[in-house]
Write a protein that binds this ligand. Structure first.
Ligand code: BES
Ligand code: MN
Ligand code: ZN
Length: 495
């Protein structure tokens, strides 16, 4: 739980007081905080550098059991992400101190001309909230515990101005943690049906309508691609539809998320080294479900529909095969070149269905789609594909604001021929391995009809092996903050 406080720093009673410190300039106004910062900088192991921290026990100036200083680096380079990270690190360190609470001090001194205090408040709140999470429910003994309360110290005027923003941050960050929990959950506890139910339940709690289509319904709808991918699993596929529909909705935004609860690769089985992590192959689905729920909580003006195909890509006597030809929802036939290119298949049905059923103004899909995208952009940046340049700009900008970065990738028309098939309307893979992320995106573009569409490939940033400033090792929840920010921007878009 995040709260704001305007109690003067020297009166605040807390386990841990967290103070962000700049290397070469005092950014705090309060004389007590300034004095503490001078004291910290006087100790030769702490210069206020990025990645530096220092803790003092019960200094006389304040009523905190300890004061944690977190370095921000040089003043000239300050950006909201530094504050997000500093708050995240501070909270993580506070969590190691057995129990209790922490108070973060929002700087109120000279921040230069480019940083608005509202943005710093938002960034610190986010970093603190996202850090305060222990994703190890299966361990018999928890090493650290989440803090019960986190307060953000700021003056009364800013506190008053920030209440609404803080509510929004609370919803979006809770969504991000929910997405992380879903993704971290092992595949043996999230079969397509189980995950569909979990997500539906969470959605209904927030007034979002949830519908689960089972394999019989999918057969009736002729979703041949989803059914093919799901055929090899003992746990049949589902299509989950989340529908947030405010009265007098201003248009519809549709989100489509890849939900492969485990990607063994199918008969094109993944080798050791690639298969272990594949419980995360539903990170797109998690981001979409959590974003619909968070936007409903915030009360978006548009109708937001989340369409989530859930399957397990396994090996069995019933599994689909390389060489099979399947018919997608829109009637197009697909020759299977590789059963491990399953994400694009389930998205094909889901995108075609969404376009036809909801005719949205904008449709965004999110998917851990290709290893090739990770090769291209690494583990921290998502690939962004869209033929619509303004939509690309909105998503890129949203990504910069929340530091979930997206890089625009091309959709060259002449590459489309890589998907040609001798036997069917198209194949699900190209002839070689080059440009894999682009080829996958071009495949998806065959199923969107005339809908304004963007595709975000999050195979890299969905997961981190190591701890980050505001995330434990494991799922990052990447995409929730991005989608919520993009939806807010689309609401303001003139069209
Ligand atoms: N789920 C994988 C992509 C992936 C890779 C996600 C690494 C997260 C981390 C996807 O279904 C896949 O297997 N893609 C293949 C496509 C290929 C067979 C054309 C790939 O990227 O190798
Ligand atoms: Mn695969
Ligand atoms: Zn996959």
């Amino acid at each position: 739980m995040l709260k704001l406080t305007s109690t003067e720093p020297h009166r605040i009673v807390t386990e841990t007081l967290i103070i962000p410190v700049c290397q070469d300039k005092d950014i705090h106004h309060s004389s007590v905080i300034r004095k503490l910062v001078r004291q910290a900088l006087g100790i030769d192991t702490f210069q206020g550098d990025k990645n530096e921290e220092l803790s003092l026990h019960q200094p006389a100036e304040v009523k905190a059991k300890r004061v944690l200083f977190v370095g921000l680096g040089p003043h000239a380079e300050l950006a909201p992400e530094h504050f997000r990270q500093a708050a995240g690190k501070g909270v993580r360190l506070a969590m190691h101190a057995a129990k209790g609470d922490a108070v973060l001090v929002l700087p109120d001194g000279d921040l230069g001309d480019n940083l608005a205090r509202e943005d710093l408040m938002a960034a610190m709140a986010e970093g603190a909230f996202l850090s305060n999470h222990c994703p190890t429910p299966y361990k018999s003994e928890q090493k650290i515990q989440a803090l019960k309360t986190i307060r953000l110290y700021t003056d009364a005027a800013l506190a008053r101005r920030s209440r609404a923003a803080l509510k929004r941050i609370d919803a979006v960050c809770r969504g991000t943690l929910q997405a992380r929990d879903w993704i971290n959950q092992p595949a043996n506890e999230k079969t397509p049906d189980q995950l569909a139910r979990h997500m539906a339940q969470a959605a209904r709690r927030h007034g979002v309508k949830a519908t689960i289509l089972d394999e019989k319904k999918l057969q009736g709808l002729k979703m041949g691609a989803i059914l093919a991918v799901g055929a090899g699993s003992a746990h049949p596929p589902r299509l989950l539809i989340l529908d947030y529909r405010p009265p007098k909705a201003r248009g519809t935004i549709a989100l489509v998320g890849k939900g492969v609860t485990f990607d063994a690769g199918g008969l094109n089985l993944k080798p050791t080294g690639s298969i272990e992590l594949m419980k995360i192959d539903m990170a797109g689905a998690a981001a979409v479900a959590a974003s619909v729920i968070a936007t409903a909580e915030i009360g978006a003006k548009q109708r937001i529909v989340g369409v989530i195909p859930l399957v397990e890509n396994m090996v069995s006597g019933n599994a689909f095969r390389p060489g099979d030809i399947v018919r997608a929802y829109n009637g197009r036939t697909i020759e299977i070149g590789n059963t491990d290119a399953e994400g694009r298949l389930i998205l094909a049905d889901a995108l075609a269905y969404t376009a036809k059923q909801y005719n949205p103004q904008t449709m965004i899909d999110m998917a851990t789609l290709t290893g090739a995208c990770v090769v291209a952009l690494g583990e921290k940046i998502a690939g962004l594909f869209s033929p619509d340049e303004p939509l690309r700009t909105v998503i890129e900008q949203a990504g910069r604001e929340v530091h979930e970065r997206c890089w625009p990738m091309p959709l060259p028309e002449d590459y489309q021929e890589l998907l040609k098939s001798d036997l069917a309307d198209m194949r699900n893979i190209g002839p070689g391995r080059w440009g894999g992320a682009i080829v996958a995106a071009l495949f998806l573009s065959e199923f969107i009809g005339k809908t304004r569409w963007a595709h975000v490939d999050i195979a890299g940033p969905a997961h981190h092996k190591k701890a980050q400033a505001y995330g434990q090792p494991g799922a990052t929840g990447f995409g929730v903050r991005l989608l919520c920010q993009a939806i807010a921007a689309l609401q303001d878009e003139k069209r």
